[in-house]
Design a protein around this ligand. Structure first.
Ligand code: GDP
Ligand code: IMO
Ligand code: MG
Length: 430
């Protein structure tokens, strides 16, 4: 029966993939409900590293059925590259299900993503260049191509024609690019049809039936709260709903069926791409955390921008997502520090803000108010229970928990699947 929604609390890369993997053997289904291959989840199992982009992290757990929900945008070339890569490493991907209503990232939308970023210049978003924004724009404009359209060649051709009649004008007249030929796009998409067929179905119906049969479903967000198109730092966001509500629309699971919401919160903050970032560090501490935390994008390889933990954001994530449990990750990355500043509020033009400022300009000008906690200067990567942690690390977790307004149920102390402390079961109970 239970549905758990798992989201990122900050600007992504909090360790959602590892958290999903950790819960894997207690789950029957893992559903990706938003985004596409802009996501990058690194999961480390027995020292082996897996980088997932489009496939839900649950694919690594035998017995779990991974689902690509209707809210996802699918790059078919990437899908099959990922499937082939995992199969070559002995991972069984045959249970994968893909919603017939998910949208397809066509080649012209990858092109438009890249050229529009170049055109924006200093005002660019810093996208991953994977065609995410233009594909969701097509969906909203009712010019998108869905997975199910690939199974009806004449419908597919009509849809591609409709999209290109507009887009070719934009490509050639604004961006000075060659027009794209309808037949080339259609032929490329049709080349995937037979391989795609066995995976495709009515995933909302399948999930509903699974829940009726008492199965456990986890809905895994790509991106994170502050990259959500409604609740994030717009326009420096992705183009989908990465917050808990997105699970309902993006997986077809009604809100009344959701039991728990787990938010993954990194013990410091990172951001890739442009946009405001109040606790950002431009000093040796930022460089230090980037290096000890290997904070380079899984998708684009870009160095991530780094900042101290921001609890205004943590509380915001709790409120917007209705978080029942936090997973606090990468606590071990603080092992070498004497003291750890944590942002508890902002000051904007002499006024204290305990909540996220409603006005984006204020957020751009927010100066963090810090409380500084003592570090523990000790390797915690071998700790497996809360009591194993040094007292100052315990105090840090308790301090953060008090200000978040929801319990911290999981603490990450290293990249591996085993490097965690589970304080409470996120499936409910103590
Ligand atoms: P996601 O996009 O939220 O799934 O996160 P990413 O995979 O992009 O980035 C998180 C990185 O942190 C990955 O390389 C994980 O292996 C690593 N990681 C996750 N949890 C921990 C932790 O508790 N400690 C350490 N040291 N690394 C972690
Ligand atoms: P995971 O799931 C971090 C960022 C991009 C850019 C903005 C818009 O690994 O946490 P897009 O290509 O989505 O139109 O880019 O969003 N972004 C991410 N940052 N982690 C991610 O995913 C991201 N997915 C998109 O860097 O700033
Ligand atoms: Mg990531």
């Amino acid at each position: 029966m239970p549905v758990i929604v798992l989201v990122g609390a900050q600007w992504g890369d909090e360790g959602k993939g590892k958290a999903t993997d950790l819960l894997g053997d207690r789950l029957d289904y893992v559903v990706k409900f938003n985004g596409g291959n802009n996501a990058g989840h690194t999961v480390v199992i027995k020292g082996e590293k897996y980088a997932l982009h489009l496939l839900p992290s649950g694919i690594l757990t035998p017995g779990v059925t991974p689902v690509i929900g209707n809210g996802v945008v699918v790059d078919l070339a990437v899908l099959f590259q990922e499937i082939d890569g995992l199969e070559a490493r002995g991972i069984d991907t045959s249970r994968l299900r893909i919603s017939a209503n998910a949208h397809v990232i066509a080649s012209y939308n990858r092109t438009l993503d890249k050229v529009s970023e170049r055109y924006l210049g200093a005002r660019r978003i810093g996208t991953t260049g994977r065609g995410i924004g233009p594909t969701y724009a097509d969906k909203m404009n009712r010019l998108g191509v869905r997975i199910q359209d690939l199974f009806d060649e004449s419908i597919l051709r009509q849809k591609v024609e409709a999209a290109l009649s507009f887009k070719n004008q934009v490509l050639s007249k604004i961006y000075n690019r060659q027009a794209v030929k309808v037949e080339e796009v259609v032929a490329e998409l049709l080349s995937y049809v037979e391989r795609l067929r066995p995976y495709v179905g009515d995933t909302a119906l399948e999930l509903s039936q699974a829940l009726d049969a008492g199965k456990v479903v986890l809905c895994e967000a790509g991106q994170a709260t502050l990259l959500d198109v409604d609740h994030g730092t717009y326009p420096f966001v992705t183009s989908s709903n990465a917050t808990a509500g997105g699970a309902c629309t993006g997986a077809g699971i009604p809100p009344t069926r959701i039991d728990r919401v787990v938010a993954v919160l990194k013990a410091f903050t990172s951001r890739v791409g442009e946009g405001p970032f109040p606790t950002e560090l431009h000093d040796k501490f930022g460089d230090y955390l980037r290096e000890v935390g290997h904070e380079y994008g899984t998708t684009t390889g870009r160095p991530r921008r780094i900042g101290w933990l921001d609890l205004v954001i943590g509380r915001y994530a709790q409120r917007i997502n209705g978080v029942t449990d936090f997973a606090l990750t990468k606590l071990d990355n603080y092992d070498g520090l004497d003291e750890i500043p944590v942002c508890v509020a902002y000051e904007v033009n002499g006024v204290r803000h305990d909540e996220m400022p409603v006005n984006q300009t204020d957020f751009h000008h927010a100066t963090p108010i810090f409380e500084t906690l003592p570090g523990w200067k000790q390797d915690i990567s071998g700790c497996r229970s809360f009591d194993d942690l040094p007292k100052d690390a315990q105090r840090f977790v308790e301090f953060v928990e008090q200000r978040l307004g929801a319990r911290i149920s999981i603490v990450g102390v290293g990249p591996g699947r085993e490097a965690v402390i589970e304080r409470h079961s996120v499936l409910g109970g103590a």
